[in-house]
Design a binder for this molecule. Sequence first.
Ligand code: CA
Length: 217
Amino acid sequence: MRVLLVEDEERLAETIARGLRREGMAVDVVNDGQSALIKATVNKYDVIVLDRNLPVVHGDEVCRRLVAEQSASRILMLTAAGSIQDRVTGLDLGADDYLPKPFALRELVARIRALSRRAAPLVPPVLVAGDLTLDPARHIARRAGRDLGLTNKEFGVLQALLAAEGRVVSAEGLLEKVWDENADPFTNVVRVTIMTLRRKIGDPPLIKTVPGVGYKV
Ligand code: CA
């Protein structure tokens, strides 16, 4: 079983990693959210143990992005705060389980094992903007109940924009997310795809162009 441990308190991370390795798990350790996202793209982890309060990219955001990208890894969130509200927030973000600190190593091991046994693929939440819904698991995008009939690229662009939750996504960012590394950065595929996407979405317009920066919903 392969585990990614994301914990910024380095001594705690080492202690946990040692304990998990003793249980026969292959454990990679990173100390910030950005590194976690990079690792998760490069390697396939059965379980990602994710501290919530992380530098560079917050644990909540890491979780949200992993879920949006339909990562197959199960996510177990760790947090210092064990209130019911925090627990609910963590699960709302799409985490599969939640463990408040401090915890016994034995409990962490048991929960990781339980998560890795879960056969069902992670179901990402449905993305919503007004009367538009996008369901990545079913690959369906609708506006006011009407199926938009999007191509894969249009669907990918819309998903990336919705997942950004109102933040601007650059054309390069979209190219990177939706096309592969062989895509020519100087082509106008993004602009053309946005154009057809806008036509299919219809009125009132949903995708805004931010001149010189990119696009947002
Ligand atoms: Ca922390």
